[in-house]
Design a protein around this ligand. Sequence first.
Ligand SMILES: [Zn+2]
Length: 497
Amino acid sequence: MNKWFRNWQAAVAVLVTIAVLGIFMAGSPSRGIADSVKGGESYTGKTPKYIFMFVGDGMSYPQVSSAEMFLGQQAMPGKITPKQLNFTRFPTHGALMTQDSSSFIPDSASTATSLASGHKTLSGVINMDETKTKEYRPITEDLKAKGYKIGIITSVPITHATPAAFYAKVASRNDAYDIGQQLAASGFDFFGGGSFDQPTGPEKDQPHIFEVVKNAGYKVVNNKDEILALNSESGKVVAINPELDGTAMDYEIDRQAGELSLADFVQKGIDVLDNPKGFFMMVESGKIDWAGHANDAAASIHDTIAFGDAIQKALEFYKKHPNETLILVTADHECGGMTIGFANTEYDTFFNKLQPVTMSFVDFGKIFDQYRKTVTRDTAKLEDLQDEIKAGYGLTMADLSDYEIGLLRKALDWSMIPTEERKYTDQEKILYGTYEPFTVTLCHIINNKAGLSYTSYSHTGVPVPVYALGLGDELFDGFYDNTEIYYKLAAVTNIKN
Ligand SMILES: [Zn+2]
């Protein structure tokens, strides 16, 4: 046997071994490529008595990381060190694919349905199939049947798509009155945060939804002292923030001292729901999404930080019940195509430029509306608004380049045309979306100076993160479909599906 033949034999032996090992590993259930079969989760650990599920609407990695970089720059100017939010330090980290039955770019109705009941459906549909005839059962119903108390909290309307997916089944997310009626009929224990859309129905001819909710046995509370006095003896409660912008809570950046925060509602939810049989609480931060639609990076960052503050309340509870609690933090989809990096700032960021921003596009828009009433399209001048721009965004005329001043002059001119008479070309659609041209341009300028930018006024199709801490957290690692969140939660809570 010559040397060449022996080497050839050895090579074959090695190849056969690799092939056999490969087949063995592919068949191994423990590690390797994730199984995409739904409901394949097995969990033999202890069932958590207390479950928190936080949903950052419109929150993917750029929203989380920009908040951490902003905080890092604030705490350690000049250092390239993010200051991590509490939830990104959780022991388990996974990521979700978010496409729905309509599009790779989904909405909150379908994605919250996937999280709550484990099914894909069309954008706009809540807990029903694509034919809008078959209903899906959110996990909250099974948990309620098992004896858990159920809490639903949001910073946007309580009838909005994400919270609704945890208690309602409707063919259209726009049917807010129907959703409100289903809230009343749910029998769930605590609803908190924003108010009801369409309170007297789409035609304004129905009994006020507060009466419907009261008749179903709920206490409706919308004054701060009464909300702060709520406790485990309060019975079934709907607690509505007395300070609202429409039916949603204010952006965190606009929240005044003494105004209730999302964290306050989580604390009250804990106070009301705490009982020996346990509870499930879903908390949505809805305005991370709204800030994304409006391309308002400062508002997005402040609401993401406030989301962390709300999660802190759950963490404090976890520290008292470490062997009985699961905390999940995830999202439904990204919004705005936010990214860290802008053509003109190349490899740098300047998060310090966002520190002087004192208000959201909503509050600046109110100031701008006042100004608009005092001038005409011919008399409006950028220079008139110098003080307001300085107060809102920390920018003086000297801080603005000729290019930026040109953008603002053009936007001001468009803003002076009544909305219904604005005939946009593609260029204006890209520049302003459906927002006030002048205000959204100021947001773009301050974002870009900070080294941030957006690609859209809508959602995008990028994956979103999952962070988990506590009993069963190990099930939530890996990269998987958003419907798996339901199956993993069902496995952890021993719900058969
Ligand atoms: Zn959205």
